[in-house]
Ligand binder design. Structure first.
Ligand SMILES: [Zn+2]
Length: 447
């Protein structure tokens, strides 16, 4: 085991040496690859926009979309996608400008001067890093403010500062203290952070944005409790949430510890659907629970993090990377007498992420492929619970109501959507053959 680790370590150091080569123009590489990714995205947008000129709905939706609704959905989708296209071009130009005009390096210098003006020692590298990130965040988000609702934006921003800054500071401190062997320590820290956030999010953060109230007793409550009992789902509380900030996919969700779970239903779903349809949507959600999809996604995220940190390990002391982005290359190496505190790790991490960006495109495709697989599994679960028609009806109603795109370009959708499209889901539900494949906990006799 230890020989394997040291072999891996040697291999990584060799790659690190190869990657630290002054003849590699990292800046040019990042500029070219970011334009390539942007061009690919524009191509996808254009493919999707072409879908809004199709004259009739797909056969699966034809009977649910009267021509007036179809036309409305088509023009709404076209406007929305065009807007996203403009936004994407804008943010690409902004990102390119930041690189082209050496803004990363000049803001780093400004943050040092600001520290001096505040009477702080500019050698306090973590404080300076936080200041730098704040400056960069202002620079990148302020010009795009009109795109967002600024109320939510301010709240999100404040929250990011309150939660994100201490996390970032600890993140940097861990790398500073652990030196070259930071990867396992950082992984441990990130796992703790993610689990803590998952625990506190529904109780402390979600209520800042939406109101939660217990689901009143009645037919729906009875149905949900019965379904949970049947599946052995450890239901503790049942809530309704106001759907003002609802994304088009979250109609209901569950959270909590393995032995005590809470279900949350969006009021918008309840308004539009019958209790039986809401129950079918929950049957789908409980399918995610049954197959442990959230845990599996969390595990996948950890592998992705481990992969990212291992690569960062290669780039952390890359002088060529620093100098090609107009930073003094001396910043890439630990200070004299091995004092690591003089090395601004944050710069390396930011630049490294830019180098990695094209890979994120691939990761996006792969992640969506996985979550789509889980969506089909959860749909199949609901089908096996005999909720096919109710689930279809609920999904179609939501789709029509949200004026969701009737047609989706397959590549656009594989890149942008974590869920299969509605026609795909309806088709798949028809193809599931009910069989003895699924045994439910606590209900083995019946199925
Ligand atoms: Zn789902």
């Amino acid at each position: 085991m230890s020989s394997l680790v040291s072999a891996l370590d040697t291999a990584l150091s060799r790659v690190a040496d190869l990657a630290d080569n002054p003849s590699i123009d990292y800046k040019q590489l990042v500029v070219v690859s970011s334009w390539a990714v942007a061009a690919f995205e524009v191509w996808l947008f254009r493919r999707q926009i072409a879908c809004y000129s199709l004259p009739s709905p797909p056969p699966e939706l034809a009977s649910h979309l009267p021509s007036e609704t179809f036309t409305k959905a088509q023009s709404y989708g076209r406007d929305k996608t065009r807007f996203s296209l403009i936004k994407a071009i804008y943010s690409q130009l902004l990102g390119w400008g930041l690189i082209r005009f050496g803004v990363y390096a000049s803001t780093w210098a400004i943050s040092g001067r600001a520290m001096g003006a505040l009477g702080l020692d500019e050698g306090r590298v973590i404080t300076r890093s936080l200041l730098w990130i704040t400056l960069l965040t202002f620079l990148t988000t302020l010009p795009s403010l009109p795109w967002s609702y600024y109320h939510t934006f301010l709240k999100t921003w404040l929250l990011m500062a309150v939660i994100g800054m201490p996390i970032l500071a600890t993140f940097l401190k861990i790398i500073e203290l652990a030196g070259k062997s930071f990867v396992p320590w950082l992984m441990l820290f990130m796992i703790v952070v993610q689990l803590t956030l998952q625990l506190i999010y529904p109780t402390f953060i979600q209520p800042l944005f939406n109101k939660l109230a217990p689901l009143p007793s009645g037919e729906l409550r009875e149905r949900v409790e019965k379904l949970a009992g049947r599946l052995g789902f450890p239901l503790k509380h049942l809530y309704v949430i106001d759907g003002s900030k609802r994304s088009s996919h979250s109609n209901a969700y569950f959270y909590g510890l393995p032995w005590s779970k809470h279900i949350v239903i969006y009021d918008t779903l309840m308004e539009k659907s019958s209790p039986a349809e809401v129950e079918a949507v929950l049957a789908h959600e409980l399918g995610h629970w049954y197959f442990s999809h959230p845990t599996k996604l969390l595990l996948i995220a950890q592998f992705h993090l481990l992969f990212t940190f291992t690569l960062f390990h290669i780039f952390i002391h890359n002088r060529s990377l620093f100098s090609s982005f107009d930073f003094p290359s001396s910043l890439a190496v630990a200070g004299p007498n091995g004092s690591p505190s003089s090395q601004p790790i944050i710069i390396g991490f930011m630049l490294f992420q830019m180098v990695l960006e094209p890979l994120d495109t691939v990761v996006k495709f792969l992640m969506n492929k996985q979550t789509r697989k889980y969506e089909y599994q959860a749909d199949e679960f609901a089908v096996r619970l005999d909720k096919t028609q109710e689930l279809k009806d609920a999904l179609i109603k939501l789709h029509v109501d949200n004026l969701s795109s009737p047609h989706n370009d397959p590549i656009y959708s594989a890149y942008h959507h974590s869920h299969p499209t509605l026609p795909e889901r309806l088709r798949a539900m028809d193809e599931f053959k009910p069989g003895p494949g699924l045994k439910l906990k606590g209900e083995k006799k019946e199925l």
